[in-house]
Design a protein around this ligand. Structure first.
Ligand code: ZN
Length: 362
């Protein structure tokens, strides 16, 4: 197990070399592979409305409200604290090798930030540690020097007042950490989508109609909008009364305005709700699937607005839920034209969309 830090368990250069090999290999793959090869790794499935087994939801990827919850909890605990040690267990966690992760040791966390769904530790000397939890990555806050727990631990950052443990409860190791220096390198990790809670209506509309996309794709594409994923996009579309397969180019100004307001209201309400539920404790069981959601994960259940049974589109590894009465004029989304549309413009997997880093590499 590679370990970096002041305790000299293992020399820092070895950590850099180990992590660097994996990081470099991955970076080279993404830089060199043609788009078709990168896409094929995602293995798109076929759209279906067939009733299947309920999907496993305990590890829905944290989205903007959940990530903000972590940002607040981390800010309260580690802003101003020095990083005393970095422990890495998962060889796939670290995606960069220069600067080496050992450079973080002894430096102080100056602020906690966020780029979309990525959490950023801004550290002394213009260093930034950026963490994307993806689907199954999570944080735990433990006592000083706590041991790494079982197979799920990916690594830890040790502080004088506690230990931030990174876990990933999946055999697919997708959680990612980048250590970069300088603002420009940090911007390189920004997929470029607008912040839905900060952008004005004009900016929102411009981002949404720049490409002609299905609404589901547009909302969940981090190059278009920042921080929204599968769960909150379903809730937003119900609140806006818009079909997930509507094309952005066909939306009227009134519909765009409704979507803008629904997006902000829904994300704000969920942020407040999660904050109230967590209280001052470090967030536990963080997931973008919440039993109190109106439509996401509610296939077959009555819509809280109109009582009609919630429907779903299952495509590849994700499920989209909608209310036909509130969103599609009573129509079930199940025909051949829809299948073609989904193949062309639907988020295939979370990993694929999240792997998009900048417009240039998309
Ligand atoms: Zn309804």
């Amino acid at each position: 197990m590679p370990v970096a830090g002041a305790d000299q368990d293992v020399s820092p250069w070895r950590v850099a070399a180990t992590a660097g090999w994996f990081g470099a290999r991955r970076a080279l793959f993404y830089a060199a592979a043609p788009r078709a090869i990168r896409r094929s790794a995602a293995r798109p499935g076929t759209p279906s409305l067939a009733p299947g087994r309920p999907r496993h939801r305990s590890f829905a990827m944290p989205e903007l409200p959940e990530v903000r919850l972590y940002v607040n909890a981390l800010d309260a605990r580690i802003t101003g604290q020095p990083i005393e040690r970095v422990r890495l267990r998962s060889p796939s966690l670290l995606k960069t090798f220069d600067p080496p992760v050992s450079e973080l040791v002894g430096k102080r966390v100056r602020a906690i930030g966020r780029i979309g769904k990525r959490i950023v530790l801004h550290v002394d000397d213009d260093l930034h540690a950026v963490i994307h939890l993806m689907i199954a990555g999570r944080f735990q806050w433990r006592d000083v020097g706590a041991p790494l727990p079982g197979k799920r631990a990916a690594g830890a950052l040790d502080f004088p007042n506690g230990t931030l443990i990174l876990t990933e409860a999946s055999t697919k190791k997708r959680m990612s950490m980048w250590v970069v220096r300088g603002d420009e390198a940090l911007r390189g990790l920004d997929p470029g989508g607008v912040e839905p809670l900060e952008v004005n209506f004009q900016g929102f509309r411009a981002a949404l109609v720049r490409e002609n996309r299905t609404l589901k794709r547009a909302l969940t594409d981090p190059r278009i909008l920042s921080g929204i994923g599968n769960a909150h996009s379903d809730e937003i579309l119900l609140a806006a009364g818009l079909s997930p397969v509507r094309l952005t180019s066909r939306l009227s100004t009134g519909e765009l305005r409704r979507l803008y307001e629904a997006t902000r209201t829904s994300l704000r309400e969920w942020t407040e709700r999660l904050r109230a539920e967590a209280g001052g404790d470090f967030p536990k069981k963080v997931t973008a699937f919440h039993p109190a959601m109106a439509v996401h994960g509610k296939f077959g259940k009555p819509c809280p607005r109109c009582g009609a049974p919630i429907q779903r589109i299952v495509y590849a590894s994700r499920e989209t839920n909608y209310c036909p009465e509130c969103q599609t004029g009573g129509r079930l989304l199940a025909d051949r034209a829809l299948s073609r549309l989904l193949r062309r413009d639907w988020p295939r997997t979370l990993e694929e969309l999240e792997a998009i880093r900048t417009p240039d590499t998309a």
